[in-house]
Every structure is written in C-alpha cells, then in structure tokens.
Design a binder for this molecule. Structure first.
Ligand code: NCD
Length: 312
C-alpha cells in the first residue's frame, strides 16, 4: 500500500484509489478485532492520540476514542467547552501546546472549514480531519465506502444517490470525491436552496427533486439539514421539506429492490427520513457506526507510523 501520502488525512484528495482501498482492507482486519471478546491489540502502544473536538459530536468522537484505545494508544480528549479556548486561547496556541506534549496524531473537528489544515501546518503530529465546517469529513466517506463494499460486495458500478442538504454537508462533499474515485456513479439531490451554488464543482450530477436521483439507486444516503450552518432559514417549513424530500417507504420503492439506506447520523426522524425506513430492513445505519471504529483504527494506524516506517 502506498501510504506515504497519509502523513495527514485532511481531505479525500489526500488519497488515491489504491491508498483508499488499502485503508478499507486494513479496516476489515480491525473490524474483526472489534468483534472479539477482548477488543484490543498492541499496535499503537506508546503512541499518543489527542482528539480535539471544537464542535458537537457523538459517533465521530466516541469512535475515534475507541479506535485509539483498541489499538492501545494513549488517548486524550479535548473538547471546546473544557479547553482553554473558552478563556480566549487561539487555535494556534492550543496546537503549539499539544505539539509540545509530543502527540503522534491530532484528530480535529472544528466549525471552521480549513481548521485541520491550519493545525497540520503548525505541528509535528499527523493530523486527521474529523469534520471541518462545510468542507470535508474524510473518515465518514471511508466508513461509508467500507459499509457499501461489505453490504453490496463492491463499490464500482453502483449508483449512489445522496439526498438532502448538500450545500452545507461535508459528508456529501467527501463522498462525492471518494465514491467516484472507487468507481461508483454518484448524484446529489435536494431543494434548490440547499444545493451548492456551483453544483458542477462537486463533479457529480445534481437534481432539485429526489425522484430522478432515486430511480434505480443501489445506495440511498440521507443527510440532515445543517441548520447550524445556515445564516437564514433556507426552507419554508420542515413539514413541507419532509413531504417533498424526506425518504418514506413509498418513495424508496423507486430505488433498486435491494437498495441500502444510509445516514451518517444524527438522524432527524420524520424530517429527512421516516421511522419505518430508518429502522427498516434496508437501513445500514448501525453497520455504518460499527464500520466507523474499524475505519478510524485503520486511519490512526496509517497516520501514526514513524516517517521512516512509512512505505513509499
Ligand atoms: C455528520 C457531521 O458531523 O458532519 N455526522 C457525523 O459525523 N456522523 C453529519 C451531521 O452532523 O449531520
């Protein structure tokens, strides 16, 4: 595997098809570790992973923490509310502080797009982007790819429809980069106000109705409306949104008969996804959560190798 490029994982564009596939293969082995009665291997003993979460998170933060612990790394969590940021410390000083403590990997979630790249320029540690503003969420795209590959047996040739608030979604952006790289055909759909101004920049087809996107889709990925990232409300009402853009069992009938339904969480039930779909037989939402730990173990493993240990 060519993993010299995984000095940092800031964007899916730090990967190529070969290195992404290598990470998915490594994650298969780590999934097996998570299913053992004793869920721990000594792989990262003596390494230090610092999780810096300046934005709310349940799944991503917990899975990075479990990933580090299952690899036997020393894991420390810093959250915005308990850090010196609340005392006015700059991100620059926070990074310098963590760097002085000899972190091997710093995992960063931040509301500002580009914050992990800023951190990467100021530390000797490897930096992993755990979601930055409306920019990217590369480990989410990797865990989505992993879940698709496990449930459908392949990624290449599949039709993937990503539906919802595309404009503000770092999950959509990272998946629109990764899944086509692995051979899938991706399209996005949402209300016009929630599509990026320049949809062509995403490099995938976009629709302002869900029906054409759903037609024959093998994978249906639903997204939450990112109200915290919208200056003004871009929707007339949530009821109207649910009626026109929500995934109901009836609407899902347009997809392939064996289509899977994905959601990165947190789900807003009754808005973008109906209860019976979220809990139904096509839903792989909890498989995504399980994959999250395995994929992050693979990413931490690749990122925490010493520079001279990294293959080229
Ligand atoms: C996503 C995120 O934070 O970008 N959630 C996640 O990481 N599982 C999506 C969201 O918040 O809607």
């Amino acid at each position: 595997m060519t993993d010299a490029r995984l000095r940092h994982l800031l964007s899916v564009s730090d990967l190529c098809a070969e290195s992404a596939t290598g990470l998915l293969d490594a994650a298969e082995a780590f999934l097996e570790v998570s299913r053992r009665p004793v869920r721990k291997v000594p792989t990262l003993r003596g390494k230090t992973v610092i999780n810096c979460f300046f934005e709310a998170s349940t799944r991503t933060r917990t899975s990075f923490e479990l990933a580090g612990k299952r690899l036997s790394a020393d894991v420390v969590n810093v959250s915005a509310s308990s850090s010196s940021t609340t005392k006015g410390e700059t991100l620059r000083d926070t990074v310098k502080t963590l760097d002085a403590m000899h972190a091997d990997v710093i995992v960063v979630r931040h509301g500002a797009s580009g914050a992990p790249a800023y951190v990467a320029e100021r530390t000797r540690a490897s930096v992993v982007n755990a979601g930055d503003g409306t920019h990217e969420h590369p480990t989410q795209a990797l865990l989505d790819a992993f879940t698709i590959r496990r449930t459908k047996g392949r990624i290449a040739g599949l039709k993937v429809a990503i539906l919802g608030d595309i404009a503000h979604s770092r999950v959509a952006r990272s998946n629109a980069l990764l899944l086509p790289m692995l051979g899938a055909e991706v399209c996005v759909a949402g209300p016009r106000t929630l599509l990026p101004h320049d949809s062509a920049a995403l490099g995938v087809r976009s629709y302002d109705r869900v029906e054409p996107a759903l037609e024959g889709a093998d994978v249906v990925m639903m997204l939450r409306i990112q109200r915290e990232r919208q200056g003004v409300s871009l929707l007339p009402s949530l009821r109207e949104y649910a009626r026109q853009f929500g995934l109901s069992a009836q609407r899902l009938e347009r997809a392939a008969p064996d289509a899977i339904v994905m959601h990165p969480g947190p789900m807003n039930r009754g808005v973008e996804i109906a209860d019976d779909v979220a809990d139904g037989p096509r839903s792989v939402v909890l498989a995504q959560v399980e994959a999250g730990v395995a994929v992050r173990m693979a990413v931490l493993y690749q990122c925490s190798q010493d520079p001279d240990e990294r293959e080229s």
